[in-house]
Design a protein around this ligand. Structure first.
Ligand SMILES: [Zn+2]
Length: 282
């Protein structure tokens, strides 16, 4: 069985409490997926290359966790109960669908693209539980374990939840049809991380010439809200990168700017590492 995730650990001995997680850069489709949609549709939800783009953080003393499975199969950036009852063959009391499920993109996707259903059948509770137990929960357990260990060692931890976004949203997105900026930072309107930390991220991207927006329209998802606790010195920020900066959006291939962009994210990772070093008094 394909492992659910990889955890890249710091390549140097000066370890920092800095953790990047990339929940959507996997494209593995397990054998029991049994979706009716073609792989081209699956790829539209894929944060292609995002784990590679942020890989430089491990050279700065940070960690990088990335999922291998497709978020279209099960999405780590959703609450485990965010399940649309319409997907299921019978009622299930654990279902607590949110606005994500209403748009067809809850824990288990109902639609791949607008009006393109993922399944021509109903799912059983057993197959949803299989996805939770073998993919969703191991990913979250690894992230929780790592954040807790670093927090207990350093009395603080800084988490970045890494994503990409289409340059223009589709009908399932909250900003359908609108051109997006280069970078959107989500800190749940200032409640998931210190303003100082968010400003360091924003300045690092701005230093390299990118247009950065905060919380509009993406404020941060389940991962950020679940792992943030500013009062306990646990900071969590979502970074959305515009795909047009580094890939052909239709072909899902790196574009000519890829290596240049990756050198800029290496600069951002280095700026974050030096900020976190200061916070732990190093
Ligand atoms: Zn994503």
């Amino acid at each position: 069985m394909e492992p659910a995730f990889s955890l890249l650990t710091p390549s140097q001995t000066a370890v920092l409490p800095l953790v990047f997680d990339s929940p959507h850069s996997g494209i593995h489709c397990p054998a029991d997926f049994n979706t009716q949609v073609p792989v081209e549709f699956i790829k539209t939800g894929w944060d292609a290359f995002i784990d590679d783009i942020w890989q430089p953080v491990v050279e700065q003393g940070g960690y990088l966790l990335h999922a291998h499975f497709s978020r279209m199969y099960i999405d780590p950036n959703r609450a485990p109960t965010d399940i649309d009852p319409e997907l299921l063959d019978k009622p299930w009391e654990i279902c607590q669908p949110t606005k994500y499920s209403e748009r067809g993109m809850g824990l288990i996707r109902r639609f791949a693209l607008p009006n393109k259903p993922m399944y021509d059948r109903k799912l059983t509770q057993a197959e949803v539980l299989h996805r939770i137990h073998h993919y969703y929960t191991p990913y979250h357990q690894q992230l929780q374990t790592l954040l807790d260990a670093l927090h207990s060692q350093f009395k603080g931890v800084w988490h970045i939840d890494c994503h990409s976004m289409k340059s223009i949203g589709n009908g399932m997105n909250i900003d359908a049809g609108i051109s997006r900026p280069d970078i959107i930072l989500g800190d749940l309107d200032g409640t998931s991380a210190s303003g100082e930390f968010v400003d360091v991220i924003a300045k690092a991207f701005a230093d390299k010439g990118y247009k950065v927006v905060k919380n509009k329209p993406y404020k941060g998802g389940y991962l950020v809200s679940h792992y943030a606790d500013i009062a306990a010195n646990r900071h969590s920020v979502q970074i959305e990168i515009n795909r047009a900066l580094y890939m052909h959006e239709q072909r899902f291939e790196m574009n000519d700017n890829y290596q240049h962009f990756k050198s800029d994210t290496a600069y951002v990772a280095q700026q974050l590492a030096s900020y976190v070093s200061m916070q732990i008094g190093r």
